[in-house]
Design a protein around this ligand. Structure first.
Ligand SMILES: [Ca+2]
Ligand SMILES: [Ca+2]
Length: 308
């Protein structure tokens, strides 16, 4: 890929174009050149922008391949994921082929996944309890968790046994959320609810456990059973020194069992944020990568936008 890029940047077409312009300016008298300079400069800038855009897209491909390689290599080290691993080390701004590339990989399972409320289409009480704590903290009415569970779970019966169609006045989606726009369609949710939850949760294609090794302290404190402050501090200190290799380590440390199916110590979904800069363009690359326990990593979403 790098060879291809180098070839493109130094291709005879670009060198040739610059040479033709230089020869043209030399050949023309000074007066004519002064008149021509402005439109020619505009043409040159467009040409350079087009060239940089091409190179930037090629670097976006390179960044995508980089993230997939890093995550695949990590998978070979075992099922545990924590912030001391190589994937969690940000890539600093690095000069590549006339531009710079910087990026970082994050664990999407560090946060609570709203689709965990109904794994495989069946509402889950333990995950609903975690959702209520997170909703309350985000200033969203905790009873909206029931409506969300009804919207995601596959049956047509409310949590308390009525007809969903009758209760909500319409049929619900009865499928996992695809994004926060879907959450806005769930009865009772407003734009400000959605905004508050987007900052504290994630939406992944399937139910996923919260990774105890990567979850921010605020998420952990809300999701774990209530415990004395010093026990919580001990938990945070312990995972920095030695990541948890299984959920029962945490139960032992805090001296109480953890609800089934809420927590894990490894992750299947990762996010990538990269910024690519050339002289004339800057792009932000956002990826979501799935890494199934068995099988290859795959890019499940990819967005390239202009960066400041
Ligand atoms: Ca790992
Ligand atoms: Ca339902």
């Amino acid at each position: 890929m790098m060879h291809r890029l180098r070839h493109r940047l130094r291709s005879p077409r670009h060198d040739g174009a610059a040479l033709v312009v230089a020869m043209l300016l030399t050949a023309l008298g000074a007066a004519v050149a002064a008149q021509m300079l402005s439109p020619l400069a505009g043409w040159l800038a467009r040409e350079q922008r087009a060239r940089d855009t091409q190179a930037s897209y090629t670097l976006a491909d390179a960044a995508t391949a980089w993230a997939q390689t890093v995550l695949a290599a990590d998978a070979r080290l075992g099922p545990v994921d924590h912030l001391g691993e190589l994937w969690a080390t940000p890539l600093p701004p690095t000069p590549v082929e006339g531009g710079t590339l910087e990026g970082r990989i994050s664990d999407l399972q560090a946060n609570f996944n709203l689709n965990s409320i109904a794994p495989q289409g069946i509402a889950n009480a333990a995950n609903m309890a975690v959702a209520r704590a997170l909703f309350a903290d985000a200033g969203v009415p905790a009873q909206l968790v029931d409506a969300l569970a009804d919207a995601i779970d596959r049956d047509d019966v409310t949590i308390d046994g009525q007809s969903e169609r009758q209760r909500y006045g319409r049929a619900l989606r009865n499928a996992p959320l695809r994004d926060y726009a879907d959450l806005l369609e769930v009865p009772g949710f407003t734009a400000s609810h959605v905004q508050a939850l987007a900052a504290l949760t994630v939406i992944l294609p399937e139910a996923t456990p919260i990774n105890l090794n990567t979850a921010p302290p605020r998420v952990l404190a809300l999701a774990l059973p209530a415990m004395p402050r010093d026990v919580f501090e001990r938990l945070l200190a312990r995972r920095t020194q030695q990541p948890f290799s299984n959920v029962s380590d945490v139960a032992t440390l805090i001296g109480q069992p953890l609800p089934e199916g809420v927590f894990g110590v490894g992750s299947r979904y990762f996010g990538v944020e990269a910024v690519i800069r050339f002289a004339h363009v800057a792009h932000r690359l956002q990826l979501r990568i799935a890494r199934p326990p068995q099988g290859r990593t795959s890019v499940i979403s990819r967005l390239i936008t202009n960066a400041a």
